[in-house]
Every structure is written in C-alpha cells, then in structure tokens.
Design a protein around this ligand. Structure first.
Ligand code: ATP
Length: 290
C-alpha cells in the first residue's frame, strides 16, 4: 500500500498552555513494498508520525493516505477497523502489552477480534510462531513465564498473526542485547522480503537504518530534514551533525579508506571486518600502498 503525508501538522493539547506542534507541514510518500527507516533525535516527532498510520491520532492539518484509506484534518475517522487490519504496529517494548493466560490466546486475540475463523487462526498462529523462532510447545505457556526476549517474540507474533500489509516498528530492539537485536532485525528483514509488504522502522540505530532500509526519512522539529537512499544520506556527515546524528561506523571506515588510500570500495552491505579484509587483499595484490 502506498502511503502519503500531505502537509500534515499535529498539535498536542491545542489552545492550552501545553500546546505543542509536534509535526509541522510534513510531506513525503512511501512506495508500497519499501523498507523505510524514520530517524531523528528525541522529540523530533517520530512516534507522533507513526501513530497516524493506524489512526491512533488524526492530523490537525493536512491529510494522510494509506492505500485507499484517508485520514483528514477535521473529518472523523471512519472504518478504523479496516485500517487497523492492514497496518500492524509493534510498539516500543511490545511485551508490556501481553495480557492473556497463554501465548496462544495472546496471539489469537487480534485475529479473533477481527472475525478470523478458528481454523485460520490456528494456521496463522503456527506460522507466526515459526517466523519469530518460538517452538510450538510454548503456545500453552503463560507469556509471563517466558524470558524477556521470548516475551518480545510472542508479542511480535501477535502482530504478525494479523497479516498486516504495512508493518510499523517503533524501536523494536530497544533493551535487547546486541545478538538479540540483530536476530530480531534479521527476522523483520526476512519477513519483509517474503511478504512483499511495506515496513516502516523507527530507530536510533544508524547501523540498522543503513543495513535494512532502502529509504531514509530524517525528522527534525517535526519537519522532514532529509530523505533519500541510505548511502546518499549517510555520506553527508556535516548535515547529519547539525541534527546530532552520527554517520554509521561502516561509512566512517569507507571515508577513511578513501582519504588515506585514495580508493573507493563499493558498499554492498559488508561489515567492517569484511571491508577490512577486502582492503588487505587490495594491499597484498599491490593495488593499494599502505
Ligand atoms: N501528550 C503530549 N502532550 C504534549 N506534547 C507532547 C505529547 N506527546 C509528545 N509531545 C511532544 O511532541 C514532540 C514529539 O514527540 P514524539 O514522541 O513524537 O517524538 P519522538 O521523535 O518519537 O521522540 P523519542 O525518540 O524520544 O521517542 C516532543 O517534543 C514531545 O515532548
């Protein structure tokens, strides 16, 4: 589903002493099937932006379209159920929203609410558990007896069981250890490729944005500060510094190689260790002088 924000503003607590314009005439579009990372320092408006995507908030000004669905300032949201069927949101610390007696009941909660038949729910539950790498034996356990990482996966399985066309991820790896973070992000990336849906990731990790996204949107004070393909964005160090954002380490490495050795190693998603290996091979072959 294509998504567009057209001159969208959002004001918290209007006409009160606490009035705050969190989004200011925001315009951008997201093509169906893309993996978009939304970045920006704290308070730049990322969470407010994504809350528009499933109708949790409605624009104060402007218009949001998600496929055929339209959220317009001044108009009551109609058919929100339809929208929420299509847009799945993994909120920060999703495990805090687990509440049922068993993992199976928790995963089935959303689909049941939307009238999905029991047989189909069973099938979706099995598929979602496999996607998040949880064994089926866990379905009968209380979600509160699982480890933190397993609880996070169970909560994510509940969102996947809705089979959303758009998956919105609000810092889905916050609080996990580095290997858990990579596993979860690799899982979302694999699902994105398999399901051919649209994925929108809010992250503070420049590394994840570079590794997984095909389009970056940087917010600053509720406005689009920069947008474009990752390599185009992350090579503009000075511009990023102005909004307190860092360049991913791997891009720093490539920049240093270019400055010191005068060569450009094409970046195709390698890690720093892999790039260092490529560089040492070039040195050994005499293509580059130390
Ligand atoms: N309920 C509210 N009332 C008033 N202002 C609010 C409210 N919620 C958020 N804000 C303000 O709106 C701005 C944008 O907040 P938002 O949560 O969208 O930012 P964010 O980029 O997601 O931040 P973070 O990275 O810290 O999660 C901030 O300045 C915030 O203080």
């Amino acid at each position: 589903m294509d998504i567009t924000f057209n001159e969208v503003s959002y004001v918290y607590q209007p006409n009160s002493p606490f009035e705050h314009r969190a989004l200011n005439k925001l315009s951008f579009s997201i093509k169906s099937g893309s993996f978009v990372a939304v970045i920006g320092h704290t308070g730049s408006g990322k969470s407010t932006l994504i809350q528009h995507l499933n109708g949790l908030v409605r624009p104060t000004e402007g218009e949001v379209t998600i496929g055929d669905y339209r959220l317009k300032a001044g108009e009551k949201n109609k058919h929100l159920r339809e929208l929420r069927k299509q847009v799945g949101v993994v909120f920060q610390y999703p495990e805090h929203q687990l509440f049922e007696e068993t993992v199976a009941k928790d995963i089935a909660f959303g689909p049941l609410n939307f009238g999905v038949k029991e047989e189909e729910i069973k099938q979706r539950t099995a598929e979602s558990m496999a996607a998040v790498h949880l064994p089926e034996e866990m379905l009968d356990r209380s979600p509160f007896d699982l480890s933190g990482g397993q609880m996070r996966r169970a909560a994510i399985a509940g969102v996947l069981a809705m089979e959303p066309k758009v998956l919105v991820l609000d810092e889905p790896t916050a609080g996990l250890d580095p290997s858990g973070q990579q596993e979860i992000m690799d899982m979302f990336y694999r699902l994105h490729k398999e399901k051919e849906g649209t994925t929108i990731l809010v992250t503070h990790s420049m590394e994840d944005a570079l590794a997984y996204a095909d389009h970056i949107i940087i917010l600053n004070h509720g406005e689009v500060y920069m947008e474009g393909p990752p390599l185009e964005i992350f090579t503009q160090r000075e511009k990023l510094k102005q909004v307190q954002l860092d360049v991913p380490e791997v891009i720093e490495f490539l920049t240093r190689v270019k400055e010191q050795f005068g060569i450009e190693i094409p970046y195709t998603g390698q890690s720093i260790a892999e790039l260092a290996k490529e560089l040492s091979q070039l040195v050994q072959r005499g293509r580059v002088h130390e």
